[in-house]
Design a protein around this ligand. Structure first.
Ligand code: PLP
Length: 388
């Protein structure tokens, strides 16, 4: 299979599986145990915290390991809202955008149902939120008894479009807001640090960077208190109960180590393939590239078609799969639902164009032959569907 669906998940690096297997074969002790096995497990966990802290330019105490990006987003939003409610008896106002991943949108809807005020910020035609829009919304909300929370993603998982997070976070700070960013698609792929972005919380996930599924992390800056979502143990400084999954942490550690080691090289490689992919897709009759050439994460190219009404994205993806090429029509969790992408709809694309969209996503393991095969498979399937 030619795999061009790396925004959904990535192939675990061989170094990751090796290290996890070796660790699991040698030690299965609980990191909370006092004996030597337990101490060894604790060291492995601390190593993972240290590595993540190194990557983000923060202290290890600011990192909480979670089960992945979904939990990190839930923890950031619900943990903050529950802490406000517990301390002040009030829900915070929440500002976000309709282009966010469902792992942000659904916790936000849950909190709205609990009584929190939610403001959906307008996005431009590329799905970006401008600092001026955030400024105006925060001015309209005015002074709040509890600090409002802003949640805006770093790069969109369907289009790759980047939000100007440092500028947005500066606006939030000026209004005493707390800023969370879902960096699941960018962490380990483009360089940034927590102090550099100036944000309070950052969500990350291991399986998007050639690590194992089922582990992620949340960066929590000083001055932000979160109520745990999982009560039941003093693990992770009382922030998440439950025996830590040490093997997964070892895998995450290795994935981050590799991402840091190969950072510059991987980026240049992906940028080259991205340009090749864009050129090849642009040459296809009726293709309209949704992902802008500037201001997007290299490696994600979303394309729709001028004759979208005659096409069906799901059919294109199944057709490409039959040609041996794995791509996607947006978020992995919504595929199969036949719903047009909520992201493309929020950007103002028609339901037909949103439904016909195909997302190609690359990784450092992608090669030019994969890209070429992807372009050719799309051409073949379009010919079949259009009856050319
Ligand atoms: N946020 C974004 C932007 C994502 O792309 C994803 C995964 O698709 C998630 C959150 C959820 O991450 P996980 O699969 O680790 O729960």
């Amino acid at each position: 299979m030619i795999y061009l669906d790396n925004s959904a998940t990535t192939r675990p690096a061989p170094e990751v599986t090796d290290r996890m297997n070796r660790y699991a074969a040698e030690n299965f002790a609980n990191a909370g145990s006092v004996h030597r096995g337990g101490q060894r497990a604790r060291v492995a966990l601390e190593d993972a915290h240290d590595r993540l802290a190194q990557a983000l330019g923060c202290e290890p105490k600011h990192i909480v390991l979670t089960s992945g990006g979904t939990e990190s987003n839930n923890f950031a939003l619900k943990g903050y809202a529950f802490a406000c409610r517990k301390k002040h008896g009030l829900w915070p106002a929440i500002l976000t955008a309709r282009t966010e991943h469902h792992a942000v949108l659904q916790p936000v809807e849950f909190l709205a149902w609990q009584g929190a005020q939610v403001v959906y910020l307008d996005v431009d035609g590329h799905g970006r939120v401008s600092p001026d829009v955030l400024e105006a919304a925060l001015q309209t909300i005015g002074d709040c008894a509890v600090r409002p929370v802003v949640s805006l993603m770093h790069a969109n998982n369907e289009t790759g479009v980047l939000n100007p997070i440092a500028d947005l976070a500066a606006v939030a700070r000026a209004h005493n807001g707390v800023f969370h960013t879902d960096a699941v698609q960018t962490f380990g792929k483009i360089p940034f640090t927590a102090p550099g972005l100036g944000v309070d919380m950052i969500s990350m996930s291991a399986h998007k960077i050639h690590g194992p599924k089922g582990i992620g992390a949340l960066y929590i800056g000083s001055g932000v208190e979160l109520e745990p979502l999982i009560h039941g143990g003093a693990q992770q400084r009382n922030r998440r109960g439950g025996t830590e999954p040490v093997e997964l942490a070892v895998g995450f550690d290795e994935a981050v180590r590799l991402a840091l080691e190969h950072a510059g090289q991987s980026r240049a490689h992906i940028q080259q393939l991205d340009a090749m992919l864009r050129a090849g897709l642009s040459a296809i009759q009726g293709a309209e590239i949704v992902t802008p050439a500037q201001g997007a994460l290299p490696g994600i190219v979303n394309v729709t078609f001028s004759d979208a009404a005659q096409l069906d994205g799901e059919g294109l993806i199944v057709g490409m799969d039959l040609q041996g090429v794995a791509v996607s029509n947006g978020a992995a969790c919504t595929s199969g639902s036949q719903q047009p992408s909520h992201v493309l709809a929020a950007m103002g694309l028609s339901a037909e164009r949103a439904r016909a969209a195909v997302r190609f996503s690359l990784s450092r393991y992608s090669v030019p032959e994969d890209v070429q095969a992807g372009i050719e498979a799309l051409q073949t399937v379009l010919k079949q569907v259009r009856g050319d």
